[in-house]
Design a protein around this ligand. Sequence first.
Ligand code: 13P
Ligand code: SF4
Length: 436
Amino acid sequence: MTSVATAINLITRADAERLSKEAPAASTCSSDLAKGPWEFDAAEALRGLPAYGPGASSADVAPASTPRQGQLPQEYKDASDDELRARIHAAKQTLGDRVVVLGHFYQRDEVVEHADFVGDSFQLANAALTRPDAEAIVFCGVHFMAETADILSREDQAVILPNLAAGCSMADMADIDSVQQCWDQLEELFGTEPDAEGRVPVIPVTYMNSSAALKGFCGEHGGIVCTSSNAATVLEWAFERAQRVLFFPDQHLGRNTAKAMGVPLEQMPMWSPRKPWGGTDPETLRDSRVILWHGFCSVHRRFNVAQIDKARAEYPGVRVIVHPECPMEVVDAADEYGSTDYIRKAIAAATVPTVFAIGTEVNLVNRLAAEYPQHTIFCLDPVICPCSTMYRIHPGYLAWVLEGLVEGEVRNRIEVAADVAEPARVALERMLAARP
Ligand code: 13P
Ligand code: SF4
């Protein structure tokens, strides 16, 4: 199995040949994916507007506040894959235990090979805690993950995000001002008095994929953080304390989780920021159990029921597993759903050769396919379209931040201000303490 980057290059070349010969070829969602992310940084600097870059969220609107990455020095852009690999290796050898490199499952293989820990966002947040002596935590993931590591790590540890523009388009769909406005309206509608069982009218629950400011908001308002692996436990925690939940930013994780817990769809209205009453009405809100924010992941939104039908027709007996960020009808049509770690463990536990059709980011799916050759494992989406922002972490940026550390310079540090970090830690610690 070739890496996603190699596959993109091969397909892009095949596409060019096809244009001249009209031969059929597989496709990528954007031929720009074959370029280094720095080409996008340069174009963005010229245009003056932030964007997410090529990949699954390129059509999403990036807020003006989206962090930008300055230009990567030319030597890193020009370096070959082998040269970058050798330079990263040498820098890590020199730094030894002074640095720990964390890699999310969705990172490209050329980055994952240098990670000391590979995992989902929750596991990586915990991994950062296991190395309190490391001076620097280099987080090969996206911005909210680096913020979480900074909140949970020691004050003198520097958390580094190799490319500052590696955000998350879903996390950016809920900003603190819009959530505060929604909250003010809900408080006006419901008041703040608990009912006879001591449950407050509403508790905020934020998905890990959100800014530190929103985690802080939850900490300050009796709320909590969840991940895709503990969302049901967290919702139970919240329902013990509140009559209803305001869940942001991912409507799909909220809907899929609450539906599996027996909450009827009509008691899950959606709140669209900038619309009066969020596009719903006071009566529906009064009757609600979960108010879902209008956010979504553009990677997981690509999966659909037709892809599942096709997989079942081509591979009778196929096991379809999807991530809970997929739309409800996709989760309903799948055999199972769960977090990235659930998917990985389900495949690892299969004892007989099995065909797996997976609905999550292509870098993880292809890595699992290479790791478990006894199984047939493929991505439900036939088009190679990685997460735009995970794509932003290229080995060139990793080499640049690590060599900076060797030279005594901390580049791209992510620091959450203390007044936000304190309440955000409270919300994260509530999550860590919540038990099924
Ligand atoms: P995990 O929490 O499973 O790592 O997922 C993160 C993510 O961004 C999923 O789209
Ligand atoms: Fe965000 Fe989706 Fe990318 Fe995950 S896969 S980082 S939710 S855009």
